[in-house]
Design a protein around this ligand. Sequence first.
Ligand SMILES: NC(=O)c1ccc[n+]([C@@H]2O[C@H](COP(=O)([O-])OP(=O)(O)OC[C@H]3O[C@@H](n4cnc5c(N)ncnc54)[C@H](O)[C@@H]3O)[C@@H](O)[C@H]2O)c1
Ligand SMILES: [Zn+2]
Length: 304
Amino acid sequence: MFCLWQPLTKLFLGHEGIGVIEQVGPGVTDFHVGDRVIISCVTACLNCDFCKKQMYSHCRHGGWILGYTIDGTHAEYARIPYADGSLYNFPADGDEEAMVMVSDILPTGFECGVLNGQVKPGDRVAIVGAGPVGIAVLLTAQFYSPAAIFMIDLDDNRLAVARKLGATALINSKDGHAAHKVMELTEGAGADVAIEAVGLPATFDICQAIVGAGGRIANVGVHGKPVELHMEKLWDRNISLTTRLVDTVTIPMLLKVVESGKLQPSKLVTHRFAMSDIMKAYDTFGNAAKEDALKVVLTNGPRS
Ligand SMILES: NC(=O)c1ccc[n+]([C@@H]2O[C@H](COP(=O)([O-])OP(=O)(O)OC[C@H]3O[C@@H](n4cnc5c(N)ncnc54)[C@H](O)[C@@H]3O)[C@@H](O)[C@H]2O)c1
Ligand SMILES: [Zn+2]
């Protein structure tokens, strides 16, 4: 199960997954050989100043390192440093594919999008980007009963998935009029929460154009290029803008909701491959729009 980030050197990619413990290091106290576990996409030592503030993403000894600065999870074996802070016990009756979604996309959508955006009952929420992360925002925003959820993307297939998972209006932004449509749907008031889940200047611009007075822009996307901040339009809007690298501090809570069956993230899995077919899996992921792919699962060995 993966999303692609640009590694700094030649490394095994991957920062999501579940597995069975084969060996434990001398400092590990909470996990034992044979335990089934969920791997957090973020490694936490639990002892540094950032970990003590629950900002695991900025852990002095870990953070987002899997598949980025150390070998990741797209391999037969993966070494997870600081296991006590970076692994979670696999629930007895847990669904394997659902649990992989708990590694990254669910906490990312929830923490960076929904919690930072302070989604409240009755809010009108606009989510720009209907990829796995945008869909995770869509699923977890519904914990708070927003009145409307507008989903914006270029891909009609992804928008159709969003409709099935709770979006109340779909907007294909290919024509460049997405912001106008959101303003129409809100009778000119704009969105209470605009969540950026793509990582491009164009999609950040949509968020700036649609945020209503008193609203929030919650950025989730990873940006590689500068964006223009339109202070000439936003200065009097009483808005707030947040950014965040996922901390995965909500994994224990999300696990309970998934276990209860109230959240079914396995619906995001569209393709499955054996580890021996990993190149086919990368091709599918690389052509996600053409292949109608959302999450792609890689399995090493038999599935239980
Ligand atoms: N902040 C964090 O901690 C964190 C963690 C994980 C992922 N991310 C980031 O979240 C973002 C989304 O991740 P994903 O896995 O869903 O990515 P994805 O590439 O699968 O999905 C992005 C979606 O954006 C759509 N899109 C592209 N250009 C658009 C445009 N101009 N208008 C509307 N839609 C457009 C695409 O069609 C696609 O459906 C990425 O930038 C990813 O790196 C951030
Ligand atoms: Zn730490």
